[in-house]
Write a protein that binds this ligand. Structure first.
Ligand SMILES: [Zn+2]
Length: 158
């Protein structure tokens, strides 16, 4: 019985928003980077709730981000996968989870991150959009070869 109760409690926690997206199983401490990727800083009046370092079965500690009134695009999910590879995306409509997706790491992300190398062709005046190959532990600029492993969220071109 106690198992069932825990399950219900979990569902309740996940589906508390009315319409929008719940990003679950974000690695502990990455919730604010998730918000940065989504371009959410609260200035537009977005209704967002964030749970940080919540105990989890799958991860030792996880963060949860709930965004009311917004369903994530595939592009957004692709970039999220770079910092939250274990995340689950729950699309909620009328308090019900109607879709559940695991994120998949793309092989290439284009036009989303900016290269930290100021000499890179993608950071100059040339009309070349950025292109990064996704590695197991980071991303690599396909133009200049710069590899970024830390602070990938800070490269997001907003
Ligand atoms: Zn580059």
């Amino acid at each position: 019985m106690s198992d069932d109760r825990d399950g219900d409690e979990h569902e309740l926690r996940v589906s508390k928003i009315r319409n929008g997206t719940v990003i679950d199983h974000v690695r502990g401490g990455q919730a604010l980077n998730v918000l940065a990727i989504l371009g959410i800083d609260g200035s537009q009046g977005e209704e967002v709730s964030v749970g940080m370092n919540v105990p989890s079965d799958r991860l030792a500690r996880k963060d949860i981000v709930k965004v009311e009134g917004r369903e994530l695009s595939q592009d957004e999910v692709d970039v999220l996968s770079l910092i939250a590879p274990d995340a689950t995306i729950n699309i909620v409509r009328d308090y019900e989870v109607v879709e559940k997706h695991r994120v998949e790491r793309p092989e290439i992300v284009e036009g989303v991150l900016s290269c930290p190398n100021t000499g890179c062709i993608t950071t100059g005046d040339e009309p070349v959009s950025s292109r990064f190959e996704v590695l197991d532990d980071g991303v690599r600029c396909t133009y200049c070869g710069t590899i970024v492993r830390e602070e990938i969220a800070s490269l997001i071109d907003t």
